[in-house]
Design a protein around this ligand. Sequence first.
Ligand SMILES: Cc1ncc(COP(=O)(O)O)c(C=O)c1O
Length: 444
Amino acid sequence: MSSARAVAVPNDLEAYWIPFTPNRAFKAAPRLIARSKGMHYYTPDGRAVLDGIAGMWCTNAGHNRDPIVAAIRAEAGELDYAPAFQFSHPKAFELASRVAALAPGDLDHVFFCNSGSEAVDTALKIALAYHNIRGEGARSRLIGRERGYHGVGFGGISVGGIVGNRKFFGTLLTGVDHLPATYNREQQAFSKGEPEWGAHLADELERIVALHDASTIAAVIVEPMAGSTGVLPPPKGYLQRLRAICDRHRILLIFDEVITGFGRLGHAFAAERYGVLPDLITFAKGVTSGSVPMGGVIVRAPIYETFMRGPEHVIELTHGYTYSAHPLACAAALATLDLYRDEGLFERARKLESIWADAAHGLKGLPNVLDIRTVGLTAGIDLASRPDAVGRRAYDAMTKAFFEENIVIRITGDTIALTPPLIVSEGEIAEIFERVGRVIRAVA
Ligand SMILES: Cc1ncc(COP(=O)(O)O)c(C=O)c1O
């Protein structure tokens, strides 16, 4: 397709309140994207921009893939909507079976929603209700982790560990505690893959259990790899230790795999990479390769079975969304899962991991680079902050990347995150890090 096709630019940027964006700075110099294909975006004036971050960690199959587009088009003409409560449609069941088949162990029941935030709230609610109906309703505490990101619902920001996302929003959920973050630059700087140091940080859960007593704790939720706070891979053995402690105290373990699901770490789920079976997995993003909003929770069989008691006409879980398992999302997801399978994209990510890591770590030694972390097809690059202007250097890097180097990168604080579509070629990997290297020099 030609990159020159022009699309009209909105002439008034005022009305739209853009999420997680400095609105005034954006509107002064808008970064607009009008079209996408494969590894690229195209600006309204037709400039090709390399996508270094798979949309926002979601377009794992690449942009506007023909089979996904065709499936969405066909479904739009076939079934616009069916009630999500008390009725359903065939593709919802087909998709649940496909997702369950990808998940390890007896993670074989799927609850659908529309985003990662909803998936997290759903998982937390299932955990609380599970203990309740087992007669252990005192298990109401939820444990998250510092530097965790679990979306923006009240549940998610309560267990989340990003101060800026919490401090404006009152008292949040009560009865929440946090594990320490797993990152320590002195011990882990410039690790490729999972760092050697830090498994013992899981033992902090024992301290939290000792403080509150296990009989009050419902669940622990962690991202296997913390993405949004800058790519923090789990220390070797850490997740295994968390699992053992949860087992010891009958605490449910939730893996938030909204980013790590669907190939990002070279497997369908990070649970498989790490050989750790959580009780619930949240997913979103990659399930439709970003093409239609969808999220969900995968639940182990004994948890689902616990709900399937009582009179059969009574709703077992009083929870759900108008658009749970929306037909368009299901059609998009089924086509996406076919693509992942037919093109072997999870295996591709696994094969490219070392090439990706070597290219990323090649930026070591550039000005202000304090650390580089890689795992799967992700990289986090910490830059030194400008004096008195935390976040400014990375913000400048993002704008220069877009306008001058024709690449989209993601930033958090002064960290650059990179996480390309899994279709990225070796040449494009080299290209991504060449451009990012030039950007890093330019903001020195
Ligand atoms: C681990 C994790 N959980 C939840 C979310 C929230 O997802 P959404 O933005 O779709 O609500 C995100 C988004 O990046 C995420 O990375």
